[in-house]
Ligand binder design. Structure first.
Ligand SMILES: Nc1nc(O)c(N)c(N[C@@H]2O[C@H](COP(=O)(O)O)[C@@H](O)[C@H]2O)n1
Length: 160
């Protein structure tokens, strides 16, 4: 059975990029994955000055609103790099917090779907035909964490 998530206050809300889990990426703390993701849109662009403003945004909703400002020009390679940017941030979040890592691992092999009614790239959209890239990243991170755990188990077994 697929697991659908979207709002932070609903079941599996910790899978949302808006969940209150700060992440350290190369020595900089970002309040949420959403803050980091939205800021990366402007790295190397003419609008780089918006990055510290996104970084300081009080909420992920505010960070998203700033990053979606259509008057600002995003970096030219954004479409090519955005999925990898998101992957790095989501992986860091689930490697940092053991409690939500357990929730992710406990989903086993279930399909994870961001149930966004409007987003057909990161979510499934209102008719469930979306590409669900956030769900795909979460499933990929789930597998990466399982493999890291297996390596640890094997090393411990060999040591004993
Ligand atoms: N909780 C939540 N509220 C929204 O309004 C959303 N759109 C999402 N989805 C997330 O939005 C981000 C994509 O932003 P861009 O459209 O690329 O600016 C991404 O984090 C989705 O997971 N979530």
């Amino acid at each position: 059975m697929a697991i659908y998530f979207y709002k932070v206050c609903e079941p599996y809300g910790c899978f949302s990029n808006f969940s209150p889990h700060s992440i350290d990426i190369q020595g900089t703390y970002w309040s949420t994955v959403e803050h980091y993701y939205q800021a990366q849109k402007f790295v190397g662009s003419a609008n780089e000055a918006i990055i510290p403003i996104i970084h300081a945004a009080a909420t992920p909703e505010q960070a998203a609103a700033l990053g979606r400002d259509r008057t600002l020009q995003v970096r030219s390679d954004w479409e090519q790099v955005k999925t990898q940017v998101m992957h790095v941030a989501v992986r860091q979040k689930f490697l940092t917090y053991p409690d939500i890592q357990s929730i992710l691992i406990a989903t086993g092999d279930e399909l994870l779907v961001e149930n966004s009614p409007t987003d057909y790239y990161w979510g499934c959209g209102c008719d469930r035909t979306g590409q669900n890239y956030l769900g795909k990243i979460l499933m990929s991170v789930r597998q990466e964490i399982r493999e890291i755990a297996q390596i640890g188990d094997r090393a411990l077994h060999d040591y004993q």
